[in-house]
Design a protein around this ligand. Structure first.
Ligand code: SAH
Ligand code: SF4
Ligand code: F3S
Length: 457
């Protein structure tokens, strides 16, 4: 049983990264250790994303390559089991089984705690297995505490979505909105902090719709949960993602004023700056409401900065609509954003809209949106030069002795100072800005007395 190797690859969002970690934790007690080489893996898990066509198709090209790897291993008398997990598994499990005979197990995003059972069944019966159910008892009740990988960690607090934006598959792949109880979240946070985690990003497809049961038996808001998380010893920084403009309640706005652990940075996807397009997208907010929300948040904390997601070329989008998106980008001055070409997804209302745009128009508009976003991103980095900010060092840099961390607004900051270590939270003076990152010098390093095991000098 021991010494088996697991290759696991995640596509898509942070929730998938978190889920991949949890799947690994479920399999560790069975003797699986991770490898970065599919050819030496006894078990391969592709943790898939269905959000755009390109993401979904990647799975099939990866499965094509894996078929050759599996055949080569079979020639040496070595077994390999292939599992497809995540949102493609959830949305198209049966079709995937039919189209890709190389796949042994399909497991959806709510059933992956059952992986040991499914794997054992396939071994025992030399067959195939599929589980895309939404079990009545949530998977979190069955998962072991997560292993700690470094000074930052994700923690899922809410899952699923009831918003049904007209272009989006998430309500179908992740199911309805559900929140974990406060006590389970605090247990997980304490466990992470004891392992040396200093920064937690709480995750949810609609994280600010959080309404989990508190210890008082009543539903708690995200603002209240963040207050409790800030009190966990060892936790210095908190973030949350992804929020929906419709769910940004007063208590969360106020948390940005009153909770010093909460980083002054909000990812608040707007998708478009045009009211016509926002209505066609069924976003449930307009441009003015979004801009007022940005003002409310800035009034609570003046140094707040924002990032967003944009969909360019939604069916029916005109030149004037695109201009409205560009002017909204200028009005907010996002420090970092993602822009995507609209991708029609099976079964969604937007895919049936008669006003589909050509790939050329989408590409040309995407380039203009990205250009405008780049102007604001570079301006924000340039403005940081000469200021001082806190940086949590979380990975080695490219050059010997160099470490990289994140500033409050997720800016990558490079420090080349000897004597620092991953996990240090340092005050750094910013001395230079590049196109995507900053360079700094520490003002006053703060070191832990007892470094955790993953720490590298
Ligand atoms: N729950 C989050 C994130 C959902 S998916 C939210 O509401 O914002 C992440 C991003 O993918 C979305 O914000 C959107 O910009 C993009 N996206 C979703 N569906 C898409 C589609 N059909 N085509 C292109 N981009 C899409
Ligand atoms: Fe998709 Fe909209 Fe839900 Fe976000 S809020 S996950 S974009 S349906
Ligand atoms: Fe993709 Fe599923 Fe996340 S579709 S973006 S992996 S919720």
């Amino acid at each position: 049983m021991a010494n088996r190797k697991l290759f696991i690859k995640s596509y898509g969002c942070q929730m998938n990264v978190y889920d991949a970690g949890r799947m690994t934790d479920v399999l560790t007690p069975l003797g699986y250790a991770t490898t970065s080489r599919p050819d030496e893996a006894d078990l391969v898990i592709l943790n898939t994303c269905h959000i755009r066509e390109k993401a979904a198709e990647k799975v099939f090209s990866d499965l094509g390559r894996l078929r050759a790897v599996k055949a080569a291993r079979a020639e040496q008398g070595l077994d390999q089991m292939i599992v497809v997990a995540g949102c493609v598994a959830q949305a198209e499990g049966e079709a995937l089984m039919a189209r890709a005979p190389v796949v042994d197990v399909v497991v959806g995003s709510q059933a992956y705690h059952r992986l040991p059972e499914l794997i054992a069944r396939v071994h025992r019966e030399a067959g195939r297995a599929i589980d895309t159910s939404f079990p009545a008892d949530p998977k979190f009740d069955f998962l072991p505490q997560p292993s700690v990988q470094g000074p930052t960690a994700f923690l899922a607090v809410q899952e699923g979505c009831d918003k049904f934006c007209a272009y989006c598959v998430v309500p179908y792949t992740r199911g309805p909105e559900a929140s974990r109880p406060v006590a389970a979240i605090l247990d997980e946070a304490r466990h992470l902090a004891q392992g040396g985690v200093r920064e937690i990003t709480v995750l949810g497809q609609n994280v600010n719709a959080y309404h989990g049961e508190g210890p008082d038996g009543r539903p708690w808001t995200l603002g209240r949960l963040l207050e409790a998380l800030a009190a966990v010893p060892g936790i210095a920084r908190l973030r949350y993602t992804t929020s929906h403009p419709r769910d940004m309640g007063d208590d969360l706005v106020i948390a940005h004023r009153d909770n010093p652990a909460l980083m002054p940075f909000v990812h608040l996807p707007v998708q478009s700056g045009s009211d016509r397009v926002l209505a066609a997208m069924n976003r449930g907010h307009d441009r003015a409401t979004y801009l007022r929300l940005i003002d409310r948040l800035r009034a609570a904390r003046a140094d707040l900065s924002f990032s967003s997601d944009f969909i360019v070329g939604h069916p029916g989008e005109t030149e004037a609509d695109l201009e409205a998106t560009l002017s909204l980008i200028d009005a907010v001055g996002f420090v970092h954003s993602y822009a995507f070409k609209y991708s029609p997804r099976p079964g969604t209302p937007s895919a049936a809209h008669p006003g589909q745009l050509s790939p050329e128009v989408k590409s040309e508009r995407l380039a203009r949106v990205q250009e405008r976003l780049g102007v604001h991103q570079r301006a924000a980095l340039d403005l940081a030069v000469g200021t001082t900010m806190s940086v949590l060092l979380d990975r080695p840099g490219r050059h010997p002795g160099q470490l990289i961390g994140r500033g409050p607004a997720m800016q990558p900051v490079h420090l080349g100072t000897p004597g620092l270590a991953i996990g240090d939270l340092v005050e750094a003076r910013i001395v230079a800005a590049g196109p995507l990152s900053l360079a700094g010098e520490p003002v006053e390093p703060e070191r832990d007395a007892s470094p955790p095991a993953w720490r590298v000098a």
